[in-house]
Design a protein around this ligand. Structure first.
Ligand SMILES: [Zn+2]
Length: 273
């Protein structure tokens, strides 16, 4: 009953901002759309390249080259063995990051799409400021439970919502947080392996280095490796070890046992467990 009286009425739900009328507002709108297109297409395209190009370079081009050498009588066994070893390790490393990524995509486009934001019973530990008011989401028309945040892309409140990841065009939230961390953890070893193969090919001046596509893919993966490692470390330290969501970077307000709101820097930090 208490909840029903405090809950915003349906007509109070704030509609999305309408189209701007002035030139600067229109310009901003255009820029936002361009950025959205980049977010939704360019980054996922690069991610797709990361998955597909090494398959072509290693499984098709390099294997064809290595196995063709076995037909020449002088060196047969070492190349077959190298081909098998490279293929098996590559296959394992490829699956290690694409399976969690697939789970993340399913979580965003299937589970989160069907997710119904729920209002929390009051009182709730996490409040909106020093006044201690409950956190209201006027878009979803709910009292936000602790650690629930509104995803502007999905336009709904999701528990443990962290951020919208442009690389695979999906949101990180409670359902795919662990899979997301696994995906991040297994991407750099994969890129390092492809980089290593590229360098191995390049190192043989006379024979293997004719596989230019493998060398190129290796160098590209080496460059991507640096970026992936930085993102992976940042996410693992913050999400994995500090238990801190993006929206909680600057701390948040929690009511203590006496009901007084306190601003706490990292209330859910459990240390390096
Ligand atoms: Zn919301």
């Amino acid at each position: 009953m208490f909840l029903a009286t405090l809950r915003p009425a349906a007509e109070d739900v704030i509609p999305l901002p309408t189209e701007g009328k002035t030139f600067s507002q229109r310009l901003r709108k255009v820029l936002e759309r361009v950025l959205a297109v980049i977010h939704r297409t360019l980054f996922p395209f690069l991610m797709l390249l990361d998955a597909a190009l090494p398959i072509y370079a290693i499984d098709v081009r390099l294997m064809k080259y290595l196995l063709s050498l076995t037909e020449n009588a002088h060196v047969s066994k070492p190349h077959t063995r190298a081909a098998i070893t490279i293929s098996v390790i590559f296959g394992i490393l490829w699956l290690l990051w694409t399976v969690p990524l697939g789970y993340c995509l399913w979580s965003h486009y299937w589970v989160a799409r069907r997710w119904k934001p729920v209002s929390t019973p009051l009182p709730n530990k996490q409040v909106s400021g020093k006044t201690g008011e409950p956190r209201l989401c006027y878009r979803c028309n709910i009292f936000m439970p602790a650690r629930t945040y509104h995803c502007p892309v999905m336009d709904k409140c999701l528990p443990h919502y962290d951020h919208f990841c442009p690389w695979w065009a999906g949101g990180v939230w409670i359902h795919n947080l662990k899979a997301y961390l696994l995906f991040l953890a297994f991407l750099p070893p994969y890129q390092a392996f492809v980089f290593g193969i590229g360098m191995w090919v390049a190192a043989d001046k006379d024979k293997r280095s004719s596989c230019k596509i493998v060398m190129g893919t290796g160098i590209a993966c080496g460059a991507a490796l640096v970026l992936s490692t930085v993102i992976m470390l940042e996410m693992w330290i913050r999400l994995g070890f500090w238990n801190l969501l993006t929206s909680e970077h600057d701390g948040c307000f929690l009511v203590d046992d006496a009901g007084v709101p306190q601003e706490i820097k990292d209330p859910w930090d459990q240390g390096w467990r």
